[in-house]
Write a protein that binds this ligand. Structure first.
Ligand code: DC
Length: 226
């Protein structure tokens, strides 16, 4: 039997990470945070001073990254034994990930790694191209959206809650830049799969989005945990 995949795609701040991890936990499925892979590659390339236009070097680096998820907690990420969980979530980490994501050789190199996450009893995969490119045969494809203003507000609240200074107009500008780069790139641009269900979360609180996705999962996979 093929291992079921639930693909959750969407732009930054659409809530896909939170929805994907909650749905995976409730179903007892594995979780792929594909954005984390792009973030790790971006940070690793930046640290080594690698020239992003050198596709060969970038592929080699991607193929050899020693990544470990979840060693010290659900969101922890280690690179060659070093905890880089916080570093990959900084604004620089976001920008580097988006830049690396626009390079075809980097996407190619990370493709196999993403497929390896498909293990029984199932996988919830979050990203930009889970339903279009990486898992085109996903059982359920969700595309989450929200207005850019709402997404910037969410990011602002998250940062302030963590005690990090933030300027709303700067966050809005960064999100617009990242959206443009992610949607306009030639390879795997951010767009809903033809058979994706698009959910606008601008007015929908997180618990309601999670329930909606769980309902859709149960329609397609009767008998899975609730
Ligand atoms: O989901 P995230 O915000 O952690 O992703 C960070 C960046 O990584 C995003 O701006 C574009 C890139 N990315 C990608 O190109 N393809 C994916 N499947 C996931 C992320």
């Amino acid at each position: 039997m093929t291992v079921p995949v639930i693909a959750i795609d969407g732009p930054s701040g659409s809530g896909k990470g939170a929805v994907a991890s909650a749905v995976a936990a409730r179903l007892g499925f594995h979780l792929l945070d594909s954005g984390a892979l792009y973030r790790i590659l971006g940070v690793a390339a930046h640290r080594t001073g690698l020239d992003f236009s050198d596709s060969g070097a970038l592929s080699e680096l991607a193929a050899n990254l020693e990544i470990e998820f979840g060693r010290t907690g659900p969101d922890s990420v280690h690179l060659a034994g070093e905890d880089i969980s916080t570093e990959i979530r900084t604004d620089l980490g976001s920008r580097l990930a988006s830049e690396v994501g626009a390079i075809p050789a980097a996407r190619q190199a990370l493709h196999e790694r993403q497929l390896a996450f498909r293990q029984p009893p199932g996988l919830v995969a979050d990203g930009r191209d889970m339903g279009t490119v990486v898992f085109p045969d996903a059982l359920l494809k969700i595309f989450l959206t929200a207005s850019v203003e709402e997404r910037a507000q969410r990011r602002y609240k998250q940062l302030i809650a963590k005690g990090i200074d933030a300027i709303l107009p700067d966050l809005l500008r960064d999100l617009n830049e990242r959206d443009a780069r992610d949607s306009q790139r030639s390879v795997s641009p951010l767009k809903p799969a033809a058979d994706a269900i698009v959910l606008d979360t601008t007015e929908l609180p997180l618990p309601a989005v999670i329930e909606k996705v769980m309902d859709l999962v149960h329609e397609r996979l009767p008998g899975t945990p609730s």
